[in-house]
Write a protein of this length. Structure first.
Length: 243
C-alpha cells in the first residue's frame, strides 16, 4: 500500500465527502493484517446471519477479518471463499421462502451466470482506508453512502472517459454485488464500478438511506487523482456536500 496515496485519499475524502463513511479496503490475506477476527454469530431463525449485520463495526472504523469459520451466511461463504453450489437449499430460499426468483430453473441459471470467488488467502479483510498500512494490498474499495455521494462517485467514474457502463447494477445478493462482482471486475483490464445494496434481504442490516459502491483499487486511485479537477470543486457539488 502506498502510504502517500492513502493519506491523499483520506484528505480528499474528508474534503469532498465530509458526511460519508470512509471507503473500506477489502482484500485477501493469510494474515489478520491488524484486523479483529470477527466472532461467529449465533444461529438465526432465517437459517443464516447476513454478512452486512456482521460488518456493523466496520461502519464505526473497526477493521474486521473473516474466514470460512466465522461467516454466518452460507451464501456469503460461497461468494467469498468458493465451494460447491448448494442447489436445494438455494432454490428453497430464493423460490419458496424469500421469493426472489420464480422457479428452480431461474435460480440455477443465476448461479451459472454470476461470478465465482477466487480467494487468494485464508482471510478476507475489511479495513477502513485510514487504517491501511504499508504492508496491506487492497484489491477493491467499498463505500456505504447516501444517494448524493453515490451520484458523485457515479459521475466521477466517467470523468476521464466516454464509456457508458463504467458503473453497473448487477442482480445478485448484497455480498455478491458489493464484493464478488467487484473482485471479478478487479481482475479485468478495464474494471467497472458496482452499485449495490439492492438486495432487499440485506436492507434491514444497513441504514435505510445507504447504498453501496465498489470499485477496483486502480479505478479508485484514478478517481482520487481527478477529484480536484472535477465538478466536486464547483457550485454543482457545494450545496450537496453537507446536507
Amino acid at each position: 500500500m502506498n502510504i502517500d496515496f492513502r493519506d491523499t485519499a483520506v484528505a480528499k475524502w474528508r474534503e469532498y465527502f465530509p458526511q460519508a463513511e470512509m471507503p473500506v479496503a477489502v482484500f485477501y490475506s493469510d494474515e489478520l493484517c491488524g484486523a479483529e477476527y470477527a466472532p461467529a454469530p449465533p444461529q438465526s431463525k432465517r437459517g443464516y446471519v447476513c454478512l452486512f449485520a456482521q460488518l456493523s463495526k466496520v461502519h464505526h472504523g473497526t477493521a474486521l477479518a473473516f474466514d470460512a469459520e466465522n461467516i454466518g451466511c452460507w451464501g456469503a461463504l460461497r461468494n467469498l471463499f468458493g465451494g460447491p453450489y448448494q442447489e436445494e437449499i438455494t432454490v428453497d430460499l430464493l423460490v419458496n421462502i424469500e421469493k426472489f426468483k420464480i422457479d428452480r430453473e431461474q435460480t440455477n441459471l443465476l448461479h451459472q451466470i454470476n461470478p465465482v470467488a477466487h480467494p487468494t488467502g485464508k482471510y478476507v479483510i475489511f479495513k477502513p482506508i485510514d487504517l491501511l498500512t504499508e504492508s496491506d494490498n487492497p484489491s477493491i474499495y467499498c463505500v456505504f453512502a447516501q444517494p448524493d455521494v453515490i451520484s458523485a462517485l457515479h459521475t466521477l467514474s466517467s470523468f476521464d472517459n466516454t464509456r457508458i457502463d463504467n458503473v453497473i447494477v448487477p442482480f445478485g445478493s448484497g455480498c455478491e454485488q458489493m464484493l464478488t462482482f467487484a473482485f471479478d471486475e478487479a481482475r479485468k483490464e478495464n474494471p467497472r464500478a458496482i452499485l449495490g445494496g439492492m438486495d432487499t434481504a440485506m436492507r434491514t442490516c444497513v441504514k435505510s438511506d445507504l447504498l453501496t459502491f465498489s470499485f477496483a483499487a486502480p479505478m479508485f486511485e484514478r478517481m482520487v487523482a481527478n477529484m480536484d479537477k472535477s465538478f466536486l470543486t464547483t457550485y454543482i457539488w457545494k450545496p450537496l456536500m453537507n446536507r
